[in-house]
Design a protein around this ligand. Sequence first.
Ligand code: MG
Length: 439
Amino acid sequence: MSRRLRRREFLGMAAAPLLQVPLRGMATPKIKDVSVITTAPAGVRLIVVKVTTDQDGLYGYGCATFTQRADLVVEAVNRYLKPLVLGRPTDAIGDLWSAMYNSSYWRNGPVLNNAISGVDQALWDIKGRQAGMPVYELLGGKCRRAAMIYTHAAGREINETIDQARKLMSGGAKAVRLQVGIPGNAAYGAPGGGQGQSSGNTTQEDPTFDPDAYVRRTLQLFEAARKELGPEIYLLHDVHERVPPRTAVQFAKDMEQYRLFFLEDLLSPEDIQYFHQIRAHCTTPLAMGELFNSPHEWKMLIRESLIDYIRVHVSQSGGLTPAWKMAVMANEFNVRTAWHGPGDVSPIGHCANVTLDLVSPNFGIQEWTFPNDHIQEIFTGYPVVRDGYVYANEKPGWGIEINETAAAKYPFGSERGERKKLNGGWGIVRTPDGTVINQ
Ligand code: MG
């Protein structure tokens, strides 16, 4: 035995290759159990990982929600990450994140990234509970009191969308996303055309979407919205990657006059090189990224300042650990954050979003989903919105507790319609000639 190895054994390192650095005066907690909580209280499948330690009453929760392949995330946690992390110390989060990330050899996929996020965010929760501090304190503390949010206004007709926006504004909203239906089309984010809903066209199995009709209708929407809602309200719009790149370039240019807060997901992740052209032709602020999985996708856009807002789905990127690094990198290039915050993010994930919002100098805006009564029956501690801003709860960790008995009342499969038929999957939309489109 070499002298070096004997020294490693003496230090207790040979048996435990991961770092073990106890917090001041505290014994290092070890991971005793990993379990998965699955529930669909709003008709959307949510996944939360619970990591339990060997210390009495010390546990944490992490969002692992990938609703379109929810069953696979559950298996990835139970069959792959759990055996890897059991018995490991909870202290070195970055170290354990790297171990999980490398444990499949092939990496950067949404199933495994969400599974990693579940454990990662649970470890941050544990560290916050240990310290008696909210996670935002562990990241250096708040740099703002609260985070500006936006919610969605969407009608079948333009006047319905504008009426909804007015109601939101009278409730204190500072920013509203506008979407509108298109007669005979499945318009993203609008009644009668969104995912899991019928297009109303009974002659075809899958809903259809005409990009040119969409562009004409959306320009009409924003012309009317600026006239009727005034110049001050922040307006947003989500293209949801449904138009071809050459249409996208012209559309961004034509939308410039309506002075959007941002235009979201104008391109598919596969077409991001077109952002060079869009940047060269207009000043419309651009937000991108809810489908991104990997640094390979966002690094170039940030480094070359080709977008204004990075809006990744935090659990899809692998959790708080990589998202925090992304926010720090974006700050260096004046790209702001707008983390994805729809209904397929669990309340734990919304808390992670708000945490990043509060600690990032380059925060932009937060998409927000208000919880229904069933969600609030399960999750206590959901952040509170007042006058268009969301405030974190001030409790240790994420500050969320989960009633698992209540969660079990809304099992996967209890959803309705298309979502149930496709086992939570995403439906198909076709162009008028029958081609499947990215959306
Ligand atoms: Mg979106």
